[in-house]
Design a protein around this ligand. Structure first.
Ligand code: HEC
Length: 104
């Protein structure tokens, strides 16, 4: 199955509002309310989180890599892992994807 087909299936089964609640509870303090890496806890960090609203972020990574960072964290950074059931991860991924904005 192609990656695209797999991605669409994931979207059909996932729920963005549910993903939003997870994001607001666990991620926004660092990643910011709209995913731009500007949460209050991130302002003082030497390595600011990447900007999820930028198409360049999405074209520079894969869904697989993002899922892995969320579950396992990024070694050597403040980004720790957030282990969660597959269903919640799919909801969260769908919400993260919705943060992407068209280039201005
Ligand atoms: C304590 C602050 C903090 C929290 C909470 C946090 N992150 Fe992060 N996250 C970071 C930082 C800082 C980085 C960048 C790490 C680096 O590259 O040095 C990062 C990196 C990432 C990346 C990798 C982006 C890339 O560079 O490819 C993803 C994806 C991510 N975070 C998603 C999440 C999600 C989803 C949550 C909530 C479940 C979350 N983060 C919670 C601080 C945080």
């Amino acid at each position: 199955m192609s990656l695209l087909a797999f991605w669409s299936l994931g979207i059909a089964a996932a729920d963005a509002p549910a993903g939003r609640s997870i994001y607001l509870a666990k991620c926004q303090t660092c990643h910011g309310p709209s995913g731009q890496g500007d949460g209050p806890a991130a302002r003082a960090l030497p390595n600011r989180p990447r900007d999820f609203s930028k198409p360049a972020f999405w074209s520079s990574t894969t869904e697989e890599q993002i899922r892995q960072v969320i579950l396992e964290g990024k070694p050597g950074s403040i980004m720790r892992g957030f282990p969660m059931p597959e269903r919640q991860l799919s909801d969260l991924m769908l919400y993260l994807r919705s943060l992407e904005r068209s280039p201005e």
